[in-house]
Design a protein around this ligand. Structure first.
Ligand SMILES: C[S@@+](CC[C@H](N)C(=O)[O-])C[C@H]1O[C@@H](n2cnc3c(N)ncnc32)[C@H](O)[C@@H]1O
Length: 224
């Protein structure tokens, strides 16, 4: 049953959630107090980071191409590029935060980057080629349903496999864990992927569940 507190939270999200969230990510810059760039770049040992890399590495064949949507400084791409099977892989990143993009361009000169949110990404022809695996880790939870739908439309058109790390429902069993949260969005990924011709082939709980990232889903394009 909905609690009394749910209504104001719902109204807040409806009215300001999208604006608040976009502003948060677009304008976020590092300071002496919080160095976001280093925090992300130095997170290779974190269990969640290691889990997402293992899941992508299981899906991505030797030399396969990868696009990360919402890559921040590109630590996932960097860790994959460091592995022998992917040294020659074509890798692409989409990220709206200017500071993160500048850092990524300086540290990963061999990848192609589009500085964009969903609207510009969808209107562009970036990456201009089909992609083996698209990764969206902890990014759709920051995007409204409408924005997430249009990005998935494009990624499902151009990709063979999609890996999503996010806020997954029913990850610990059939009981819904769907909660109303004014900050993070939740999306029915399984249905959204199936509606776009993808089969969910694996769902793995996160080693350290967070409200906005409790597991990973792998989906593959259905054969025609
Ligand atoms: C929590 S961080 C995750 C970064 C990275 N994927 C990782 O695994 O560490 C969320 C990222 O999504 C980006 N983002 C937020 N809204 C976005 C949008 N509408 N389109 C693309 N990226 C977005 C943010 O700028 C940020 O880099």
């Amino acid at each position: 049953m909905m609690s009394l507190a749910t209504f104001p939270r719902l109204a807040f999200r409806q009215l300001f959630g999208d604006l608040w969230m976009r502003r948060h990510w677009l304008t976020r810059t590092s300071s002496n107090a919080t160095d976001y760039l280093s925090d992300y770049w130095n997170s290779a040992d974190h269990p969640i980071r290691q889990a997402v890399i293992e899941i992508v590495a299981t899906e991505l064949k030797r030399g396969g191409s990868l696009l990360e949507y919402g890559s921040h400084v590109g630590i996932n791409i960097h860790m994959l590029k460091d592995r022998e099977p992917y040294r020659e892989s074509a890798m692409f990143a989409v990220e709206p935060n200017r500071e993160a993009v500048d850092f990524m361009a300086a540290n990963l000169p061999e990848i192609e980057i589009l500085q964009a949110e969903d609207t510009k990404f969808v209107a562009s022809d970036f990456p201009g080629r089909p992609i083996d695996v698209s990764l969206i880790n902890c990014t759709f939870c920051a995007m409204s349903q409408k924005r997430t739908e249009r990005v998935l439309d494009k990624l499902c058109r151009i990709s063979n496999s999609i890996v999503i790390g996010d806020n997954l429902d029913n990850i610990h069993g059939p009981k819904s864990e769907y909660k109303v949260d004014p900050v993070h969005y939740r999306h029915p990924f399984k249905t959204m992927l199936q509606n776009r011709g993808f089969d969910v082939v694996a769902v793995t709980p996160s080693p350290e569940p967070r409200p906005h990232l409790n597991g990973f889903m792998v989906a593959r394009k259905q054969r025609q």
